[in-house]
Design a protein around this ligand. Structure first.
Ligand code: 5GP
Ligand code: ZN
Length: 114
């Protein structure tokens, strides 16, 4: 738990979020400002500031997050596919410094421009 970290506060249920999945390691909830018909954030309960802070010992947790993503794909009706994004640090457009994956889908997702 890191003071003033909004996602740690969601993990601790101190501020409300539309939580769709929770276990001992992970929480998933709807993004407050969705960029697609389905826009969910999947976060570890452990405060890891960015993807670049993931340590060797965290790799089972990252694997677990990927399993949860595939479970949510079914539950959210994203059988056609989805986009998974982790913005890493300021250069990657990260605004909340608690590791999170954006899961986007449910509509037309544009290909990245070349
Ligand atoms: P980033 O730019 O750090 O990759 O993405 C942060 C995301 O968190 C944004 O899409 C933003 O809409 C979302 N977000 C920020 N604050 C909150 C909040 O209090 N609740 C929820 N559900 N999402 C939030
Ligand atoms: Zn945090």
């Amino acid at each position: 738990m890191v003071e003033n970290c909004i996602f740690c506060r969601i993990v601790n249920h101190e501020i409300p979020a539309k939580i769709i999945y929770e276990d001992d390691q992970v929480v998933a909830f709807h993004d407050i400002s969705p960029k697609a018909p389905v826009h969910v954030l999947i976060i570890p309960k452990k405060h890891i500031p960015t993807l670049a802070h993931v340590q060797e010992e965290d790799l089972p947790l990252i694997a677990h997050i990927h399993k949860v993503v595939l479970q949510l794909q079914q539950e959210l009706g994203l059988q056609n596919g989805f986009r998974l994004i982790a913005n890493c640090d300021k250069g990657g457009g990260q605004e909340v410094f608690h590791l999170h994956y954006h899961m986007l889908g449910g509509g037309k997702i544009e290909a990245f421009p070349e």
